[in-house]
Design a protein around this ligand. Sequence first.
Ligand code: F6R
Length: 261
Amino acid sequence: MEVIIVDRPEDAAPIVAEAYTRLLTRKPAAVLGLATGSTPLGVYAELIRRHREEGLSFAEARAFLLDEYVGLPADHPERYRAFIEREFTGHVDFEPGAVVGPDGLAEDLEAAGHAYDQAIKAAGGIDIQILGIGADGHLAFNMPMSSLASRTRLKTLTPKTRQDNARFFGGDITQVPTHCLTQGLGTIMESRHAIMLGFGRGKAQAIRECVEGAVSSHWPASILQMHPHATVVVDDDAASQLAFTGYYRATYAGKPTWQGI
Ligand code: F6R
């Protein structure tokens, strides 16, 4: 696991966007795993800028969302399909139908989860999976005590996560769905490169537990310690409880540019 500490959240965007640029240059038909929430927005803005100003193209790429609320109407602005289109994919050149998410309106949610895992596999697997981390260490919507081997499936959101996400629903927790379909931790672990971002003091404990603590379903993102290619990008605040910051900083500062992340 590589840990990169940046001064401010906005400093993470070019570092992560460069990994996408290298991937899409080498493999235009890449498969991207996309997170929603506020954490990756700076990266998405930088990718949009590179598309507009530097010709970065997603025309041959495909994308799979990490998760989706269950039961939000198809035209609801906070459906993750709508969110990602508004914040990222609608501003670049993905082909129609190239961006998909779990079907939170499916009648058979179990079958929908299974079909989603199959679709990722059929696409060749995810090349870069971008991830945010919850204050309780959740990854996608794999809440604490989720199976570390789980697949895409129905999960119940914790009251804390619903409270955190109420800001997207006019501050009204009663409007936040109680359930979601989420990629499992086992699904995420099959991505070829997992990039997890964490910003702000509210994420500091989760970053400490998941990066330097024991691998445990109590802190779901700790499973990334077992990933063969995981990069964690945090700002100073989110890194404030880490023990080995000197080592992380020195390692990244001494890394040859050609190596990328
Ligand atoms: C979003 C997702 C969640 C968020 C996490 C952090 O698709 O799966 O795990 O990444 O809740 O949310 P923000 O980024 O809003 O702090």
